[in-house]
Structure formats: C-alpha cells, structure tokens
Design a protein around this ligand. Structure first.
Ligand SMILES: Nc1ncnc2c1ncn2[C@@H]1O[C@H](COP(=O)(O)OP(=O)(O)OP(=O)(O)O)[C@@H](O)[C@H]1O
Length: 232
C-alpha cells in the first residue's frame, strides 16, 4: 500500500473541511479527486503532503506515519499546489537548480525534467516573464524533479492551452506507470483520460470511491454521476 488515511478530520474554525475521511491508494495508481468548490480536495492534498496540521486521524505513507516520519515521507512526495506559487524573480533554471539542491538531485536530472515538461526554450527566462501555462510546467517540474513515489497535483492543467493539456497529461500518464499520482480537477475529460479510479468529495466527505467504469455503469457518464451526487 502506498497511502493509507484513517479517519482524517480537518476543521478551520467551525468549518469542517474534511470529515472522517478514510482511503487507501496502491502503487502505480492514478486517482482523480473530484468535488464541487469547497469540497475539501485541496485540504486533503495539503494534509497528505504535511503542509497542514490535521485535527484527527492518521496518514501513513509506505507504512510510515507522516507526522512521525515527516522528513523521510516528504522526501518521497512531490506536490503541485493550486495556484502554483513560484519565486517570480528567479530564473527558471536557477529556481529548478535551487529545488534540486534541496533534494540532492543531479544537474543531469534537472535537464531531463526541463525537457520532459517542455520548457527548454523558456529555461533562461525569469519566472515572472512566463505565460501561465509555462509557469504551470515549471510547477510540475519542481514537483517531479526528485522522482517522487507519490505525486500530488492540484488542478495540474488549469490555465494550459489545449495542446499543452495533451502534453502535460501525457507526462502525468507516463509518471503514473511507475508512481502513485493523485490529482484534482474540475475537468471530467481529464479524469477519463488519466485516472483509473475516482474519489468524489462533497462537503468534506468521501461520497463515492470507485473505478471510473463503475461510475459510468451506474450513471452513464462522470458528469451525470457528479451532478447526481452533488446537486442539492
Ligand atoms: N486556510 C483556510 N482557512 C479557512 N478555511 C479554509 C482554509 N482552507 C480551506 N478552507 C475551507 O475549507 C473548505 C474546503 O476547502 P478546499 O480548498 O479544500 O476545497 P476544494 O475542494 O479544494 O475547492 P476548490 O475546488 O474551490 O479548489 C472550504 O469551505 C474552504 O473555505
């Protein structure tokens, strides 16, 4: 088992963002997190990577509790947060070299990842000069530099043009052959193109966790399943 979450609850004041969430994710799975705005997707992702302190429950990565083995588990995870915060004043290559040094990653790997995410022509530019799509690629590059066993992507293709979407989906698919990937998206085609399994969150609860085929068998399409489960 790659990831196991037991009864995770996270509150912000009186707002319950995650309510008693449990799940298990195996190796080499690409899992799609779906849910309406405010469902708890980002909170779940941030909790897994240890960026948020959880209130109740436990998260195990490769059998280790992430709060007790924080450094070790974090070093095997890659995270592309929503809105992709980057150091705008740094140059692309400079930024990726900075991240690579934190992880002890070789210079050759930096070049490999730059090529993989398609930012070779942009690598000498300042991050602030990049288009949104290229910034997103830099965000993806920093998340995969150290070849993490678990890659977590919060709306990874947000802001990309249709060609870029196809390219980045191919990169994610390739990574998912060997590693575990969790991604959130509002785009159903994305889930269909990439994921074998969907976890549907609504108001902080997992309301369905199934292979895509099961959603389709029951509702005809993911869109209909989504509407059925989440319309008030
Ligand atoms: N730092 C925070 N402080 C207070 N409330 C928060 C904070 N982060 C999230 N929340 C609340 O927790 C709930 C879940 O938010 P979260 O960002 O996890 O949802 P989401 O499913 O990622 O939504 P979206 O699709 O809009 O990105 C929301 O009601 C949100 O307002």
């Amino acid at each position: 088992m790659s990831l196991q979450i037991n009864s995770l609850t996270k509150k912000f004041g009186t707002q319950t963002a995650l309510n008693n969430v449990s799940l298990k994710i195996g190796k080499s799975e690409i899992v799609g997190l779906l849910g309406p705005n405010g469902a708890g997707k980002s909170t779940l992702m941030k909790s897994i990577v240890g960026a948020l302190k959880i209130d109740e429950g436990e998260i195990f990565f490769e059998g280790k509790n992430i709060s007790q083995h924080s450094l070790e588990t974090k070093s095997k995870m890659g995270f592309l947060p929503e809105n992709n915060p980057l150091y705008a004043e740094m140059y692309v290559k400079e930024y990726l070299t900075f991240v690579a040094e934190i992880h002890g990653v070789s210079k050759a790997r930096i070049e490999e990842v730059i090529e993989l995410v398609g930012i070779t022509p942009e690598k000498t530019k300042k991050i602030s000069q990049l288009s949104k799509g290229y910034r997103q690629r830099v965000g993806l590059a920093q998340a995969i530099l150290h070849s993490p066993e678990l890659l977590i992507l919060d709306e990874p293709t947000n802001g990309l043009d249709p060609n870029q979407i196809v390219e980045i989906r191919n990169v994610i698919k390739e990574i998912g052959r060997e590693k575990t990937v969790i991604l959130s998206t509002h785009v159903m085609q994305e889930v269909e193109a990439l994921c074998s399994r969907v976890i549907l969150l609504h108001k902080g609860n997992i309301i369905q966790d199934s292979p895509i085929a099961e959603f389709k068998d029951k509702f005809g399409s993911l869109e209909e399943a989504f509407a059925d489960y989440t319309t008030e």
